[in-house]
Design a protein around this ligand. Structure first.
Ligand code: PGA
Length: 249
């Protein structure tokens, strides 16, 4: 079995101004340690100063979205190649807040994922059920549909990371049971293996996201098949983010 290096990714969402964000990035960089990969994803306009703050630290830089086209008349949008050019190695795609706020569907997420790959970025593709879907017993079905629709043919364990983020757990302080997380992660890995081959299934990093914090990180990160976290609120405080990273088994 492949040893998957844990990835602890901070999704800063629409938070921060330049000075504080540079301080946050420096503090994360100062706490980087062997044995796990750290990634921060600031708002687009803060990518250049954060890139400078992280330079040489080994902490990776990502964006929170990209357009599906490589360039052209798309006012307000950013192409994947521009992100790569600015120092990003990763991009979060299909986050539930973009699916909800911007009506992004699986087809669009698939096109964006293809664009990210074409620019040499690792796509962190987010999937997750709503509370209504969980209560209706439709979680695995929903995840299967999102994976089926959101991933292009060229997915490998090198160019894609999956983030399982139950919509109802994001920013709410609630998390699924450890058994539920284990079940969904095993399901995702099985789907990846079935569609992209055993190697992809074995090597793919599958993150958990949704109210991960220092007090619950060790238990979540110890689950077999959980290869790290996508962290929102707790990624805005360097010591919390680093405490989560230090909880990796
Ligand atoms: P949260 O957000 O950690 O604040 O719940 C996670 C995410 O949306 O990626």
């Amino acid at each position: 079995m492949t040893r998957r290096i844990p990835l602890i990714a901070g999704n800063w969402k629409m938070n921060g101004l330049k000075a504080d964000s540079v301080d946050l990035a420096r503090a994360v960089a100062a706490g980087a340690a062997e044995g796990r990969d750290l990634l921060v994803c600031p708002p687009a306009v803060l990518i250049p100063p954060v890139a400078e703050a992280l330079d040489g630290s080994g902490v990776a830089l990502g964006a929170q979205d990209c357009h599906f086209e490589s360039g052209g008349a798309h006012t307000g949008d950013i192409a994947a190649a521009m992100l790569a050019d600015a120092g990003c190695s990763h991009v979060i795609l299909g986050h539930s807040e973009r699916r909800a706020d911007h009506g992004e569907g699986d087809d669009l997420v698939r096109a964006k994922t293809g664009a990210a790959h074409a620019a040499g970025l690792v796509a962190i593709v987010c999937v997750g059920e709503t509370l209504q879907e969980r209560d209706a017993g439709q979680t695995l079905e929903r995840i299967s549909a999102q994976l089926g629709g959101s991933l292009p043919e060229a997915v490998t364990s090198g160019n894609t990371v999956i983030a399982y983020e139950p919509v109802w757990a994001i920013g709410t302080g609630r998390t699924p049971t450890l058994e539920d997380v284990a079940e969904v992660h095993a399901h995702i890995r099985g789907r990846i293996a079935a569609k992209f081959g055993a190697g992809a299934g074995d090597g793919m990093r599958i993150l958990y996201g949704g109210s991960m914090k220092p007090s619950n990180a060790a238990a979540l990160l110890a689950i077999d098949g959980v290869d790290g976290g996508l962290i929102g609120g707790a990624s805005l405080v360097a010591e919390d983010f680093l405490a989560i990273a230090a909880s990796c088994p």
